[in-house]
Design a protein around this ligand. Structure first.
Ligand SMILES: *[C@@H]1O[C@H](CO)[C@@H](O)[C@H](O)[C@H]1NC(C)=O
Ligand SMILES: *[C@@H]1O[C@H](CO)[C@@H](O)[C@H](O)[C@H]1NC(C)=O
Ligand SMILES: *[C@@H]1O[C@H](CO)[C@@H](O)[C@H](O)[C@H]1NC(C)=O
Length: 455
């Protein structure tokens, strides 16, 4: 053979190898496409443990070409929402990877970017029913091939949450689970259950709300509805429009990042069923006796462990606070303060826990607290970190009023109790008696185990 023949053979072989390893990617569009508008295409990208970072575009009707698709494994669908600029969702890779780390499963990314990318949001909304019938047909095909509907989980973001709902309804609510991440509000608010996500769409529907005042949905839609930080404004997100695009999407997208943290099991966010966020912050909902030994439901992927008891409750609204960035979970304490000042005192508290060279802080400033002589004021103290073994506690009292003379809070007893169920925590309740807090001066002390007779 001549040299050039060798070269061509070499090139052909290389092309073959590259072809075998070719990965199919999520459709990458740009603002130009959104301006012109796109018409719907539904692409299904398969990821499995053996093909974790390399997507495979699969046929809607025939799975024989993809031996890695194991129908005996559970299948999770990821369904995105509206794409203003046509770019792929930034969290897609992490969500796929983390799911595969957690469980041996098939992950199907439903790519309907053609159809979702449009300056006109209403055009994307119009496509949601058709995406749902398309996914429904695919799931019915899986079922015919032997897949069990209860092992199917749809994770829907924003508009994707309603697409999941329509798909679930098409399948008579028989699929195992829908996780809805900040379901879209615009065009869905006030609609009948059949025209939006609702709890009859799957055996179990968990929903997180992070932007209910703008792009999200205010009313509960599932068996459990979490309202992170009250469900409207998220810590760490810009509060003014001058921050550009992130002002619009930061709160909304936070739902996905919270869910990612929960799959990654970075840490655990305990949540508290309550009638309102205000009551939750006021420390009125810190016990979950209705949940027995399991304790208050946790947020996110693993809430499935609470499924049976949540189904019995029909509908639960649960609240929790988060940090402004990952790790998002906070460590919640019940704090009781009793004073012996003659007059009623009003103010805010900052509490720090120290231990193992770390420091955690809780700022209780959602409103001015009322302290009354010999009366326990019960508070929620949400700390930004978990300190397993608390050695010291610091407390600061302030009134926020610079015009009046400095106040003193004469604390008779302060008690801190980690709200985690007993087996998860290292220490029992911590107490300290007789502490004088001068306004704006931090006082640090060593707590002692509370005397059981105190409560
Ligand atoms: C789903 O969408 C794909 C591509 O857009 C199309 O080829 C397929 O026929 C659709 N299936 C159904 C059942 O609508
Ligand atoms: C998962 O958690 C680990 C730490 O436990 C962290 O380093 C990693 O960045 C997290 N991954 C994602 C995608 O959040
Ligand atoms: C849940 O709903 C069912 C049927 O509507 C009702 O019988 C039951 O009492 C409800 N349970 C709770 C805890 O509200």
């Amino acid at each position: 053979m001549l040299l050039w023949q060798y070269l061509i053979t070499f090139l052909l072989v290389t092309v073959q190898i590259c072809k075998a390893e070719k990965c199919d990617e999520f459709t990458d569009l740009n603002l130009g496409h959104s301006i012109i508008g796109t018409s719907l295409k539904v692409r299904l990208l398969l990821y499995t443990r053996s093909h974790g970072t390399c997507g495979t575009l699969v046929s809607h009707t025939d799975l024989s070409a993809y031996p890695q698709f194991n129908l005996l494994n559970p299948t999770t669908f990821i369904i995105h929402g509206y794409r203003l600029t046509g770019s792929p969702p930034p969290w897609l890779g992490d969500l796929t990877q983390l799911l595969l780390v957690r469980k041996d499963m098939n992950v199907i990314v439903v790519d309907w970017n053609y159809g979702a990318a449009n300056l006109n949001y209403l055009e994307a909304v119009k496509n949601t029913r058709e995406v749902a019938s398309n996914v429904t047909a695919f799931i019915q095909m899986l079922q015919e091939q032997g897949a069990d509907l209860s092992s199917i989980h749809l994770i829907g973001v924003s508009l994707g949450a309603h697409i999941s709902g329509f798909t679930g309804a098409n399948l008579k609510g028989e699929i195992g689970r829908i996780s809805a991440l900040d379901p879209a509000g615009p065009e869905f608010k006030g609609r009948n259950p059949e025209d939006r996500l609702d709890s009859s769409d799957a055996q179990f529907v968990d929903v997180v709300h992070t932007d209910m005042d703008l792009l999200g949905f205010r009313e509960p839609l599932g068996h459990i509805d979490y309202y992170a930080n009250g469900g409207a404004d998220q810590p760490g997100c810009p509060k003014t429009i001058f921050s550009g695009q992130s002002y619009f999407k930061c709160d909304h997208q936070r739902s996905v990042y919270l869910f990612l943290d929960s799959i990654n099991a970075t840490c655990t966010s305990r949540t508290y069923p309550c009638s309102s966020y205000k009551d939750f912050l006021d420390g009125k909902c810190l016990t979950c006796s209705q949940f027995g030994d399991a304790g208050c439901p946790i947020f996110g992927y693993d809430v499935i462990k609470w499924k049976d008891i949540l189904l019995e409750q029909n509908q639960t609204k649960a609240y929790f606070k988060t940090n402004g960035k990952s790790p998002y979970c906070m460590t919640n304490y019940r704090m009781d303060v009793m004073i012996w000042n003659k007059d009623v005192q009003w103010g805010y508290l900052t509490v720090k826990l120290h231990g193992n060279g770390k420091e955690a802080q809780a700022t209780i400033n959602h409103k001015s607290l009322k302290f009354k002589k010999f009366t326990e004021t019960e508070l929620l103290a949400a700390f930004d970190k978990d300190i397993q073994s608390v050695e010291k506690v610091s407390v600061k009292f302030s009134t926020g009023n610079v015009l009046q003379p400095k106040r003193k809070l004469r604390i008779l007893q302060i008690r801190l109790e980690n709200l985690e169920p007993k087996e998860n925590k290292a220490q029992g309740s911590l107490c300290r008696y007789d502490v004088l807090l001068e306004e704006n001066k931090e006082v640090t002390f060593r707590p002692i185990p509370c005397e059981e007779s105190n409560f």
